[in-house]
Design a protein around this ligand. Structure first.
Ligand SMILES: *[C@@H]1O[C@H](CO)[C@@H](O)[C@H](O)[C@H]1NC(C)=O
Length: 232
């Protein structure tokens, strides 16, 4: 599943970097990341939830072998993107209270493991739904404005590469494992519902100044651990 996701995410970025050849400075001033565990670099460590990756065996191949909260043995796609774009070696979670101004300026992740486009997905787990992640983007922009001024903050957000990766949890938690939404929709109906949610989310990102966005599709969902299967 991971390599497929990398492929989906990297293809648009490759196209973008190809078309802007020129200066060797970073093509994007910042990375802004939204979504679920595929791109959460540790936000869930700072909220009240059991969905946390800050313990073994997570992080065993991460630099320093630390379990950072990433649901991965090592780095996640946003980290690889950040180093590919020569921004930094890893992307910090926005909720980290020790986040420095420099880190803030070059981009953060607002993602939350277990999240989805449907607000019902996060009701039981208490993680941050994608729809609420724009609230944190507002806080990000306010802090950025205080650091670099309004004009520069606008330039950074306009030029940032925004990536969004979510959707599998919606199907797992609301359709297949716990069939709440199945009472209401068939598969294509629920797909349309989620796409409408995604459309509103993208509009909101646009209204907050985001202009360059890469939205990942859904990989095939196989056997994944979920509260139902693990009896958390
Ligand atoms: C799904 O439901 C819609 C109406 O809610 C219907 O038009 C459509 O044919 C259904 N699709 C399938 C595959 O049953």
């Amino acid at each position: 599943m991971a390599p497929r996701l990398v492929f989906i995410l990297l293809v648009p970025v490759f196209i973008i970097t190809k078309t802007c050849n020129g200066a060797s400075s970073p093509k994007f001033p910042a990375l802004l990341i939204f979504g679920d565990s595929t791109v959460d670099t540790g936000n869930n460590n700072y909220i009240n939830t059991v969905f946390r990756g800050n313990h073994q065996p997570y992080g065993q191949d991460f630099p320093g072998r630390v379990a950072t909260g990433r649901f991965s043995n090592g780095k996640l796609v946003p980290d690889f993107l950040a180093s590919m774009l020569e921004l930094k070696e890893s992307v910090p979670p926005f909720l980290d209270p020790t986040l420095s101004d420099d880190e803030l300026r070059s981009g953060v992740s607002f993602a939350s493991a277990g999240s989805g486009y449907d607000d019902l997905t996060t009701v039981a787990s208490g993680v941050i739904p994608v729809s609420k992640q724009t609230g944190y983007l507002k806080m990000y922009v306010e802090r950025l404005e205080r650091i670099v001024g309004e004009e520069e903050a606008r330039r950074i957000v306009n030029g940032a590469l925004v990536t969004v990766s979510a959707g599998t949890n919606d199907f797992i938690f609301n359709f297949y494992d716990v069939p709440t939404r199945r009472l209401q929709f068939n598969v294509s109906g629920y797909q349309d519902f989620l796409l409408n949610r995604l459309q509103s989310f993208v509009k909101e990102l646009y209204n907050l100044g985001c202009r360059i966005m890469a939205i990942s599709g859904l990989p095939p969902v196989g056997c994944l651990p979920s509260p139902n299967d693990c009896k958390i």
